[in-house]
Design a protein around this ligand. Structure first.
Ligand SMILES: [Zn+2]
Length: 333
């Protein structure tokens, strides 16, 4: 796709911020190097190898949130926190090798500063409160290492609540009392609460008690495509009411189609239901998904900007989607 001058100008004015990529999981598993260019992606695996510093630069990215994943297979309850620490270690080693090209930051103002210097900002988010192993104060320790959001659930029930899908699912139960205490603790620490993967009851509970803007770091929306992984309009409104933001996932299975058009469709649905202050980017690159055509890695982002503008979305709103909605939420946390 040819990128128009207008799209190029908008894209350059708003260095993209993506809310979720699991690249550090691959770094920990197979030594995936965030600093080197990987093209094509990992051998035989379309499921990973999507993000690295050279391609983030080429795609016009200002910041990437890296998800920190631990998998409590077969009820594993120990060593989960250590798995998170090992992924942060991997990032720290990549930062050292990037010679200033990539920097770990916590605040919106630091993203600005980083981008002014021509560097890409890295931020951290945990996927699933099971990695705290039942200890609220583990979150304090992770926050000290730079963690900026906490996803309450992943694919299995944990001390905080129940997943939208996965083991231990209970659709009629919401946040536990420990989950409520955790939301409060996160907010006090300035850690954003991420409502990806949590069941609807827990999602609405967390929004109801939120004093800070919640986020949904990677999701599709039911109004654009009917799928268990997607959130409905009531959930969108609950996040919007608290000033939060929702990152649209780049996975065709959840978008209901391949290419840029389905991504635009989900963005437009969010705009129609809750307005321009909510949508953002939530790729799920490197998250064991095959990304949608044209957005297989960050180099496709200028084409997304072109498609959003062609769909009649204003430059100002596109800027909010690419960057400023996330900047606002970070500043408010
Ligand atoms: Zn996920």
């Amino acid at each position: 796709m040819a990128i128009s001058e207008e799209a190029r100008a908008v894209h350059d004015a708003y260095p993209c911020i993506d809310l979720h990529a699991d690249s550090l999981m691959w770094a920990r598993w197979i030594g995936y190097d965030l600093v080197q260019r990987h093209s094509p992606p990992l051998p035989k695996a379309a499921l990973g190898g999507h993000v690295d510093l050279p391609r983030m630069r080429e795609g016009g990215m200002g910041a990437q949130f890296f998800g920190l994943v631990s998998l409590p297979f077969m009820g594993r309850t120990r060593g989960l926190a250590a798995t998170i620490d090992e992924q942060i270690d991997q990032l720290e080693s990549a930062l050292a090798r990037s010679t200033g090209g990539l920097a770990l930051v916590r605040k919106a103002s630091q993203i600005e500063e980083c981008n002014r210097k021509g560097a890409v900002a890295a931020l951290l988010g945990i996927e699933g409160a099971h990695s705290l192993e039942g200890h609220l104060d583990r979150l304090d320790a992770f926050a000290r290492r730079g963690v900026r959001y906490l996803g309450l659930l992943h694919f299995s029930a944990n001390e905080a609540g129940f997943p939208a899908y996965g083991s231990g699912r209970r659709d009629h139960e919401g946040l536990t009392s420990w989950g409520c205490a955790l939301v409060e603790r996160a907010e006090n620490l300035g850690v954003l609460v991420d409502l990806s993967h949590i069941n609807k009851r827990g999602f609405l509970d967390a929004c109801r008690m939120a004093r800070k803007p919640p986020i949904v770091s990677h999701t599709g929306v039911l109004g654009a495509f009917e799928h268990w992984r997607n959130i409905d309009d009531e959930q969108l409104r609950a996040v919007a009411d608290k000033g939060g933001t929702v990152g649209v996932i780049f996975c065709p299975r959840f978008l209901g189609g391949n290419g840029l058009e389905p991504v635009v469709k989900h963005m437009k649905h969010i705009l129609n239901v809750v307005g321009e202050d909510v949508p953002a980017l939530g790729s799920d690159w490197d998250g064991f998904i095959v990304p949608t055509n044209k957005l297989a890695d960050p180099t496709g982002l200028p084409e997304l900007t072109e498609s959003l503008l062609q769909a009649g979305i204003s430059e100002r709103t596109v800027g909010k989607i690419l960057r400023t909605n996330v900047m606002r939420v970070l500043a408010e946390a």
